[in-house]
Design a protein around this ligand. Structure first.
Ligand SMILES: Nc1nc2c(ncn2[C@@H]2O[C@H](COP(=O)(O)OP(=O)(O)OP(=O)(O)O)[C@@H](O)[C@H]2O)c(=O)[nH]1
Ligand SMILES: [Mg+2]
Length: 437
């Protein structure tokens, strides 16, 4: 099944031409539309030798770009000795087929590139299964194209004519294609079953820890999540200045203060327009994020496009169904911001965020303090005067407070107690019959 692994679609050590077609609703950076794709291509091991950006009001359904632009690509591909053309846009199998015919080179899209990186970085058997499933699901509709591609190359070599010959050709490849389709279907259902088992085991595992407060680091890839994890827990996690360094979730104990420990998890980073197949099959890895009591959203404050990265992460969180979760925004890498104006602006823009440097440790004390509060770890000595005939109120107090002393004064109970600070608001909601000092 070598061809189904799409090893041929990898870009390791290949010379790449990057193309971005910017439509009016594009999420790409207007100042450097290919910045992220360039990083992704480098992470995947390609050498970027040429780049093209085309602004368009609408896409051309057959090839995404027009024939004029395709001709230009074909010329530049020859001139620069390019092996692979990588589009920043998601292309349909039909568009890829047409494009490959027009430019006479392998064409891959952004999702395939991301899948290729994930395949190379996946370490545990779980993440390998997840990547394989995502690749098969994404690859599956493209198998016809794979075969016509292979046949075209063979046919092209024989006739010297290149391009269009093999598309849709019936022949031995077609029969092989049927066999391959059945094999793929079988493999996909085996993978789904295995992953469903892992998923339910994981859910049980995560739920069984419900009594311990759990915190999960989420954020754009390369924001510094693993660096922060290492700083806070001392866990030796993999840190690298590349995209998708972390693929597997790691959970560790984080001692906030004497006697107050929470669980901290480090997860896979997000990018904008993350392939849906990948989000779906990474659910098990992201289970920690879905069930966490608190999400720490780490963003790279030194990145010019931090606003967009924050928005992209929020979109993925929404896709995972955790947009309502308790979230704390942490702007990291403040040591890299040289312009004081920029810093002031960010502070104004994100007034509820914490500003830290995971590299130098700056601001981390405040982060610990905040998490301590959010986890209910900070205990306050309170003086409560309450109507003791209010059964629900008295029950709430006995459940959540450590009573130091109490007196009864006609209908009023006068109580001195220690109570988690984050319960005080709830206590006050009992209304007039309670006074808290
Ligand atoms: N200057 C500076 N660099 C930092 C800081 N935090 C992290 N880095 C660097 O940023 C790069 C990415 O850090 P990681 O911790 O691997 O980032 P991540 O968010 O875990 O990335 P992925 O796992 O790829 O999603 C590394 O080169 C870190 O050394 C910081 O506060 N300041
Ligand atoms: Mg990481």
């Amino acid at each position: 099944m070598a061809e189904l692994d799409r090893t041929e679609m990898g870009v390791q050590a290949e010379r790449a031409l990057l193309v971005s077609v910017m439509l009016p609703d594009s999420n790409a950076d207007p100042h450097d539309p290919l910045g992220e794709l360039r990083n992704l291509a480098k992470t995947a091991g390609a050498t970027v030798v040429d780049e093209m950006v085309a602004k368009r009001d609408r896409l051309n359904p057959s090839m995404y770009i027009g024939t004029g632009k395709a001709e230009e690509i074909a010329q530049r591909v020859e001139f620069n000795n390019v092996d692979v053309v990588i589009f920043d846009n998601d292309l349909s199998p039909g568009q890829i087929r047409e494009l490959e015919g027009a430019v006479n080179r392998k064409v891959i899209d952004r999702s395939e590139l991301i899948l290729d990186i994930f395949a190379a970085h996946a370490r545990t058997s779980e993440s390998r299964l997840q990547v394989e499933l995502a690749q098969l699901e994404y690859t599956y509709p493209r198998l016809r194209h794979m075969w016509s591609h292979l046949e075209r190359v063979a046919g092209g070599a024989a006739t010297g004519a290149g391009a269009v010959g093999g598309i849709g050709t019936r022949g031995p490849g077609e029969k092989q294609l049927e066999i391959d389709r059945r094999l793929v279907q079988k493999r996909v259902s085996v993978l789904k079953r295995q992953l469903a088992e892992i998923d339910s085991r994981k859910v049980r595992q995560v739920r069984s820890r419900r009594d311990v407060f759990s915190v999960c680091l989420v954020g754009y890839t390369n924001a510094g999540k693993s660096t922060l994890m290492k700083l806070l827990t001392g866990q030796d996690v993999y840190i690298a200045d590349k995209l998708f360094a972390t693929l597997d979730t790691k959970t560790s104990r984080w001692n906030l203060t004497e006697g107050q420990t929470v669980l901290l998890s480090d997860t896979v980073g997000f990018v904008r327009d993350l392939p849906h197949h990948l989000v779906a099959s990474f659910r098990a890895t992201l289970e920690e994020a879905i069930w966490a009591d608190l999400l720490i959203h780490v963003a790279d404050a030194s990145h010019e496009r931090v606003e967009h990265e924050i928005a992209a992460v929020k979109a993925v969180l929404a896709e995972l169904g955790c947009e309502e979760s308790d979230t704390l925004l942490v702007l990291n890498k403040i040591d890299k911001i040289n312009d004081p104006m920029r810093f002031t602006l960010l502070r104004k823009q994100y007034e509820n965020a914490l500003f830290i440097s995971a590299a130098s440790g700056k601001g981390v004390e405040q982060l610990v303090e905040t998490v301590l509060h959010r986890s209910g770890g900070v205990v306050a000595r309170v003086h409560i005067e309450a109507d003791f005939r209010n059964g629900r109120l008295m029950q709430f107090i006995s459940k959540h407070a450590q009573i130091i002393h109490q007196d009864f004064n006609e209908d009023v109970a006068v109580i001195e107690a220690d109570m988690p600070e984050n319960r005080l608001a709830e206590l006050r909601m009992f209304g007039k019959s309670v006074a808290v000092k």
